[in-house]
Write a protein that binds this ligand. Structure first.
Ligand SMILES: Nc1nc2c(ncn2[C@@H]2O[C@H](COP(=O)(O)OP(=O)(O)O)[C@@H](O)[C@H]2O)c(=O)[nH]1
Ligand SMILES: [Mg+2]
Length: 302
């Protein structure tokens, strides 16, 4: 199965929700009136596209109908598809810079899939022949360190870890030294996501960043916020909160497979203006694909 196939399979629940709802609207006449557009907006909200993005999409449809007089299903769907693509932006990906240490900082609330995505990414870059190291900077729970180590074993990736309760910045310090000594291409830093204590989290991430900037000033450094699609609008709030405590470059959305809330990608892109670069579509190592806005929209609206 190609990437598009995997993507479509992962988004089955969301697509079914969309198409069941969409086909009911304007099915009889093939044209949209104001009531149907309201219903359409409600469907977008129920698929977790968020109220601001959903209103924006429907306002765009209304403006287009006013301008062209075309309220056919086909024309409306076309406008919806185009507006969604504008909201999601161009396809973006995290590219390794050759001959440099690349560092990817995984951030996000506990349980969203940071460690799993770190493991999947390690596998991806190992497969591409890159030297990868992972840092277990979620020292808050012993299980978190063990989980990353187990991904390290599964993907034959070195994991730098300290005992539970250690200073995460000290782990990162050791990991950067190891990455430099071994001339690694990529260092993936797994962090803890205690968002309920914003001050602590901010301090912790700031300290990690200071260590990275001091010890690897020439590195290509990016941060990746992981959000869990099944949490719907909560994911939007998480993105907002993390943007307040850390500089974010990219977003990865996990668990798109298990949820009918795939529309959350639209909501998060609309609110955060950050590019979504990865989609998690399952728990196994191969269940990670690059997020392609065109594939995504085509998977939702057939
Ligand atoms: N179905 C599904 N489960 C996932 C995905 N990504 C992570 N998980 C599961 O979500 C749970 C939490 O993931 P974990 O990586 O430990 O989250 P962390 O606390 O952010 O590090 C684990 O049971 C993972 O197997 C995904 O894309 N799809
Ligand atoms: Mg974790």
């Amino acid at each position: 199965m190609g990437v598009l196939g995997i993507f479509k399979k992962g988004l089955t629940k969301t697509r079914n929700f969309f198409s069941e709802s969409f086909t009911k609207i304007a099915a009889g006449t093939g044209h949209f009136d104001d009531d149907m557009l309201d219903e359409f907006e409600e469907t977008l909200v129920r698929a977790d596209c968020g109220l601001p993005a959903s209103s924006d999409i429907i306002d765009t449809v209304k403006a287009s109908i006013r301008k062209t007089g075309n309220d056919s299903r086909e024309a409306v769907m076309d406008v919806v598809r185009k507006r969604m693509l504008e909201i999601l932006g161009d396809k973006t990906s995290f590219e390794l810079e050759e001959g440099k240490l690349n560092i990817l900082l995984m951030v996000g609330v506990n349980g969203t899939g940071k460690t799993t995505t770190a493991g999947k990414l390690a596998a991806r870059y190992k497969k591409a022949g890159k030297k990868v190291i992972m840092a277990a900077a979620d020292t808050f729970r012993a299980a978190a360190v063990e989980q990353l180590k187990s991904w390290g074993e599964r993907t034959s990736t070195a994991v730098i870890a300290h005992p539970e309760g250690a200073d995460p910045a000290a782990v990162v310090y050791d990991a950067v030294q190891a990455a430099k000594a071994r001339k690694a291409d990529l260092l993936i830093v797994d962090t803890a996501g205690r968002l309920h204590n914003k001050k602590n989290l901010m301090d912790e991430l700031a300290k990690i960043n200071r260590v990275i900037n001091r010890e690897a000033p020439d590195a290509n450094i990016h941060s990746l916020l992981i959000i869990d699609a099944t949490t719907g609008q909560n994911a939007v709030l998480q993105a907002q909160s993390f943007a307040e405590v850390a500089e974010l470059d990219y977003i990865g959305i996990t668990k798109l497979d298990g949820s009918a809330k795939g529309g959350v990608a639209i909501a998060v892109a609309y609110n955060s203006k950050l590019p979504i670069i990865l989609a998690g579509l399952g728990e196994s190592v191969e269940d990670l694909v690059d997020f392609d806005p065109i594939d995504f929209v085509n998977s939702l609206i057939e």
